[in-house]
Design a protein around this ligand. Sequence first.
Ligand code: SF4
Ligand code: SF4
Length: 344
Amino acid sequence: MRYLKIEKDKTYEFLEKLKKYGKLYAPVKISDKFYVRKEIEDVKEIAFDYQRTLLPLKKYFLPTTEKMFEIDIEKSEYRENLEKIEPFVIFGAHACEIVGLRILDGVYLNIYPDIYYARRRKAGIIIGLSCLPDEYCFCNLRRTDFVDIGFDLFFHELPDGYLIRVGSQKGHEIVDENLSLFKNVEQKDIDAFREFEERRQKSFKYQGSFDNIRYILELTSNDKLWDEESNKCLGCGNCTMTCPTCRCYDVQDIPRIDLKSGERIRFWDSCQFRSHGLVAGGHNFRETKKDRFLNRYVCKNSYFYPLGTSYCVGCGNCTYFCPANIDFQKNLDKIRSNYEVIHG
Ligand code: SF4
Ligand code: SF4
């Protein structure tokens, strides 16, 4: 891997240069508690110290609502929506988000190839950014706190700039085309990088491992914790919408008023909605709120074998954005300790 350094005073210049590779999207602070990732006009408004954005990275690759194709009812024909996707640059993706995107790649590029996702993925340049965890983060327990693949460049904070890892051919091209902005890495930079990573590891609230939690969950469906916690749940679906790896969608055909044409759209759906498990005839595969609640815990703790991690990357979004203050990590931790008491 190629390592470079950029000094603080050159960083904004580099961010400005990024705009020539496509629209630049980065996190911006919008209130005391919230950040959003949006198109950047003025690079000075970029937030470098954010933990999470309202909607995760997936929104650029799986839009909340997307037209799949136009239908000509009279001619019984359809036309896929394959308008050109303009290149774009995402600056400031955290390691867990990049792993989340790789999980989506596994699903939408490999298992169920999806042309709409693939075209956006090809158009997007990903630039990672290091972070310090807050009380909601547990990517350390998911082994998603560091990535070595899945980005074009990755920025690691140093006292006087950033240490940059180059992760792709495109990344090499970008640094080569702007070489005057970069320096070689010195020993003091490597020491600072290691010090930052050590400080970061010590900052995580949860230590240990959630590796075996998926086996434990299957044994605990009668645990009273699930009744108590699902009783508090509002069924709003925030936890799934803000999750970087949740990917369920619904599909609807919308006819136009002339009934001669129409369009097929897909939009984000949630396993926390009652309608999600409802099928023809009125049967519901997840009839109760507890069924739906537990389903998410089991789903997110299932294993994605190609990456050696679960479908949860430990970002803490679902807890942070839950209006009922349901703490996903704490619930998993409680279940883990209950299990250890029983089987210890
Ligand atoms: S965000 Fe909280 S209240 Fe809303 S569905 Fe998820 S767990 Fe339930
Ligand atoms: S389940 Fe919660 S903590 Fe895990 S990836 Fe999804 S939002 Fe993040």
